[in-house]
Design a protein around this ligand. Structure first.
Ligand code: UDP
Ligand code: MG
Length: 138
């Protein structure tokens, strides 16, 4: 059993894609173990993406992630980390497989609708960043 942190990014929320992303999770039998809406400050977005702080896109990415509300979810299930990343598609929507969330909706390498953890270690950090243990249903 594995957990992943999913975020519907500000572009996904503002474009009315919350339902569409959740529909795809449910259609693929991915269990949602926690969910909340958050409007991050710039500092909170910087903390979340600390792993990318040396990257050239860090300033713009953290501006974007603090530009509007996001929906954070904990997903749970067998191999849910790779399973959800497959539904998301590649970081660059131009390289994302047809039918993935990013191929269908992203408009930019930055504004790519969704976040998903990339390993059990990053998932543990990312889930703890947004949720306490009482908020995650198992
Ligand atoms: N990003 C960007 N430019 C890049 C690479 C990434 O703006 O060249 C943004 C994009 O929003 C991406 C996020 O930074 O989702 C985190 O990057 P990562 O490489 O972790 O991609 P992900 O795990 O989200 O696919
Ligand atoms: Mg990543």
């Amino acid at each position: 059993m594995e957990r992943s942190l999913s975020i519907i990014k500000p572009d996904g929320v503002s474009r009315g894609l919350i339902g569409e992303v959740i529909r795809r999770l449910e259609k693929n039998n991915i269990k949602i173990a926690a969910m909340k809406m958050i409007y991050m400050t710039k500092a909170q977005a910087q903390g979340f993406y600390d792993v990318h702080k040396e990257r050239p896109f860090f300033a713009s990415l953290t501006d974007f992630m603090s530009s509007g509300p996001v929906v954070a979810m904990v997903l749970e299930g067998e191999n849910v980390i790779p399973k959800y990343r497959e539904l998301m598609g590649a970081t660059n929507y131009k390289e994302a497989a047809p039918g993935t969330i990013r191929a269908d909706f992203a408009t930019d390498i930055e504004k790519n609708i969704v976040h998903g953890s990339d390993s059990p270690q990053t998932a543990a950090f990312e889930i703890g960043y947004f949720f306490n243990s009482f908020e995650v249903i198992s």
